[in-house]
Design a protein around this ligand. Structure first.
Ligand code: KIV
Ligand code: ZN
Length: 385
């Protein structure tokens, strides 16, 4: 089986969501749940950002035993030293260095030439190599970097000692075909590419983060970076649960899998939502409240006959108990009767017809009809007769 490594950055890029600020205890709680979920790598924070973040990364590094712990660093010695400090006590430490490579960033942000970018990144990787055996290097804004320069940067990073080269679509600008082509080109053109792992890091500004990550896998990426619930800077990052379930559900197509313990997905999603204060939209793929809920009568009838008619993933796969048939104005007689049986009512055909008509009247007035509403409707009916 081709394994896809999962690099979780909920505690770093996820924490960069506007309004999110996790304290040390919250970071450790999420990291321990990510360990249960079975992610391979956890980016715990950006130690040079603040003394509090350095302390939090250190607490995560000491608490987690079964995942590589990573600290982010700009390509400068002070940041690298902060990561060294933060990762003291980690079983399996790794530093994540980055430097922007796109013309827009070179010209306006860094004011550096291509040569200066190459020199600065190489010096940082070589400095870090004295202290870390695992080094990931990210050419920030790789998506908008000239492809031949990206090949040059990748070759330099391999020579200098990087063990993973991560390709970020920092601003979520890529389409799947374009993004996949970057991986194909790097695999074909960069000498020594087989010595390192290639990784994809996508943002969701155009809603393509998951599609782009999957395109990267199709073209040779071995690691996917993302966050739980897809939280992150601006529109967020690739949602890890989406990639894992896409690979699981469409294994025949991708021929690749993560080694995540999928049954921990729902629990992890709820914890991240609670501690970050970021609600999960109801229609969010995999973890939204409606992802396994069915309202229309036609769908409910199909589900009651055979679940695969309208469900491509079973809720149990991600640790939920069962799918929900939600009663509303689109629901049909079949689901209504099943609900009555669940609630302990057995009605003959005539009584059922009458109750169903009353239910439809009520459903026209309410967005959703609860068990309590149905009981009230039935009790009223039983008193009437
Ligand atoms: O989006 C990005 O470019 C990043 C880098 C630090 C990898 O988050
Ligand atoms: Zn990012």
């Amino acid at each position: 089986m081709r394994k896809i490594y999962i690099f979780d950055t909920t505690l770093r890029d996820g924490e960069q969501s506007p309004g999110v600020n996790l304290n040390t205890q919250e970071k450790v709680e999420i990291a321990l749940q990510l360990e249960k979920l079975g992610v391979d790598r956890i980016e715990a924070g950006f130690p040079a950002a603040s003394p509090g973040d350095l302390a939090a990364v250190n607490a995560v590094a000491r608490a987690v035993k079964n995942a590589t712990i990573i600290g982010l660093s700009r390509s400068r010695t002070q940041d690298i030293d902060a990561v060294r400090e933060a990762l003291k006590g980690a079983e399996d430490p790794c530093i994540h260095l980055f430097l922007a490579t796109s013309p827009i960033h070179r010209q306006h942000k860094l004011r550096m030439s291509k040569e200066q970018v190459l020199e600065t990144a190489e010096a940082a990787i070589r400095y870090a190599k004295q202290f870390f055996s695992k080094i990931e290097f990210s050419p920030e804004d790789a998506g908008r970097t000239e492809l031949d320069f990206l090949c040059e940067v990748t070759e330099m990073a391999i020579r200098a000692g990087a063990t993973v080269v991560n390709i970020p679509d920092t601003v979520g600008y890529m389409t799947p075909v374009e993004f996949g082509n970057i991986f194909k080109t790097l695999r074909e053109k960069v000498p020594g590419i087989e010595k390192i792992q290639l990784s994809a890091h996508c943002h969701d500004d155009l809603g393509m983060a998951t599609a782009n990550a999957l395109a990267a896998i199709e073209n040779g990426a071995e690691q996917i970076e993302g966050t739980i619930n897809g939280i992150g800077e601006r529109a967020g990052n690739t949602a890890i649960e989406e990639v894992a379930l896409a690979l699981e559900t469409r294994f025949n197509y991708y021929q690749a899998k993560t080694t995540l313990n999928l049954k921990e997905i729902a629990r992890t999603s709820r914890l991240v939502s609670k501690l970050t204060g970021m609600p999960v939209p109801g229609n969010k793929a995999i973890v939204g409240a409606n992802a396994f809920a069915h309202e229309s009568g036609i769908h409910q009838d199909g589900m009651l006959k055979e679940k695969s008619t309208y469900e491509i993933i079973s809720p149990e796969t991600i640790g939920l108990v069962e799918s929900k048939l939600v009663l509303g104005k689109h629901s049909g007689r079949h689901a209504f009767r099943e609900k009555l049986i669940d609630l302990g009512y057995e009605l003959d055909d005539e009584a059922l017809n009458e109750a169903f008509a009353k239910f439809k009247d009520l459903a026209d007035k309410k967005k959703q009809v609860s068990d309590e509403d149905i009981r009230a409707l039935l009790e009223e009916k039983l008193v009437d007769t």
